[in-house]
Write a protein that binds this ligand. Structure first.
Ligand code: FAD
Length: 442
């Protein structure tokens, strides 16, 4: 059995390593010069860390099991973190219930309604009902308009930009559920990371694939995927064509209609899946910028919508003694901001930075980096589950497997690992005709 995998992001490599460990010969095609996709890494001069920020929660059971299977459990580190909120020109810590009760922008009555909303959200079992109502309407109904405008709207704007009032209530439900379960499992807000960043994960996954007779093709953009008479599937790249018994497409859905033959896939609905993009300033400094892992910003004069104090989580011994901070802004993938010059974005974001931290000495800034990605988060509009592409396609040997199929999960690597596991359980035919093992790693 030869399996071709289009896309070397976390999903593609998670699948490739799992198949490899079951002795299936895989070939991964990745258009970039390194693996990782959205979870890839950057060289910050003297150390590598993620291009975007990644955290692991204690309840990420699928991801934690997967990392253990890959022999990476020793690389996991856990730390107590804090969450902040910037509103009306002030920073507030909202890291535990006591601090939340002291949160000044809301009255006690509003806080009680807010607590009820969160508790109610964590108790909902049937997400399908939530697909029919927007997050905005649902939050106003449960917690009132004041809470919505003072507390939720800035958070939704930060996460969803102009889609903040269009997504279904499933979005906020999955979000609350993930955080609620994480807190249930720990008395304090504990978060995890991999010492050495996701680079360590992708290096290991590549090793597992290659030592089991698989191949990772970098700098190899897939141009076309089509069936041939023998029942096999052909992947065409600039280097030529290769035949496979089975092919799994893991790149974003919005790319599928350009790359996949209509004999393999019903393309009618695919354009309905819209993606949010992200623009992110990353700063390497000599001293700490923010004591919070996440600082939510409720101030539309600041050009970014959050501050991720990575070094409040990651021990600086893993980042060459330096501090790492991310300043993201989520925007529609067609937003002009995504295509603006780095210098223009940097200049706007630095202005916002000095509004938040006027006393920060510019001499303490070692370097700044602008990163962007066009297709990050599929937008869960009303009745989203009806427009997603199915895993099984028009052809028994071609599958579509990506994050646009998450109908009741937030976008994170735990959901990715779960999606891959569910796929393997429901498609055992991909595991047939296993090859003999050579030089097996893990
Ligand atoms: C700002 C940000 C913060 C995040 N924070 C967290 C977090 O804290 N915790 C967490 O668990 N997750 C987090 N995530 C989510 C995590 O990064 C994603 O879940 C994960 O990267 C999705 O992987 P994927 O393989 O599905 O998609 P992608 O990473 O998009 O992979 C798709 C791959 O397909 C490749 N590709 C596309 N077209 C072609 C082609 N024609 N030929 C060949 N290859 C092609 C792409 O180059 C890419 O490598 C975050 C993401 C972002 C952007």
């Amino acid at each position: 059995m030869k399996v071709g995998i289009v896309g070397g992001g976390f999903l593609g490599m998670c699948l490739a390593s799992k198949l490899s460990r079951k002795n299936i010969r895989v070939s991964v095609f990745e258009r970039e010069h390194q693996l990782g996709g959205l979870a890839t890494w950057e060289d910050y001069d003297q150390f590598f860390w993620d291009r975007f920020y990644h955290v692991i929660l204690p309840n990420d059971s699928y991801l934690l099991t997967f990392l253990k299977e890959c022999g990476l459990q020793e690389k996991l580190c856990w730390e107590k973190t804090r969450t902040g909120y910037y509103v009306d020109g002030q920073f507030h810590s909202v890291s535990n219930s006591k601090e939340f009760l002291l949160f000044p922008p809301l009255s006690m009555a509003s806080k009680l309604r807010l607590a009820f909303t969160i508790y109610y959200g964590s108790m909902v079992k049937d997400w399908r009902k939530l697909e029919k109502i927007t997050t905005k309407d649902c939050l106003i109904k449960l917690g009132g308009s004041k809470n919505y405008h003072k507390f939720w709207k800035p958070l939704l704007l930060a996460k969803l930009g102009e889609f903040h009032d269009k997504v279904s209530a499933v979005f906020i439900w999955t979000y609350i559920k993930r955080l609620f379960e994480a807190r249930e499992n720990a008395s304090t807000e504990q978060m995890g990371y991999i010492n050495g960043s996701y680079k360590v994960v992708f290096d290991q996954l590549e090793k597992i694939v290659e030592s089991n007779n698989g191949k990772v093709h970098l700098n190899t953009s897939v141009k076309n995927i089509r069936p041939i008479d023998s029942g096999k599937i052909v992947i065409e790249t600039e280097e030529g064509v290769s035949e496979f018994d089975k092919v799994v497409f893991t790149a974003p859905t919005s790319l599928a209609d350009r790359l996949v033959s209509p004999d393999l896939l019903q393309v009618d609905n695919l354009h309905k899946i819209e993606y949010l993009g992200v623009v992110c300033l990353v700063m390497v400094t000599k001293r700490e910028v923010s004591p919070y892992y996440v600082l939510n910003i409720a101030d539309d004069t600041i050009p970014f919508t959050g501050v991720i104090g990575m070094s409040s989580l990651v021990n600086t011994k893993y980042t060459d003694g330096k501090y790492l901070t991310y300043f993201p802004k989520y925007v529609k993938s067609s937003s002009p901001l995504i295509n603006r010059e780095d210098e223009q974005i940097l200049s706007d974001f630095m202005e916002g930075f000095y509004k938040l931290y006027p006393g920060f000495d510019s001499g303490d800034i070692i370097s700044t980096h602008i990163h962007r990605a066009k297709r990050v988060q599929p937008i869960q509009l009303l009745n989203y589950s009806q427009s997603i592409p199915a895993v099984n396609t028009l052809h028994p040997n071609f599958y579509m497997l990506n994050t646009s199929q998450f109908v009741n999960d937030t976008l994170n690597n735990n959901s990715v690992a779960k999606h891959v596991e569910n796929f393997l359980q429901s498609s055992p035919e991909i595991l047939k005709n296993q090859q003999p093992i050579f030089n097996r790693v893990n």
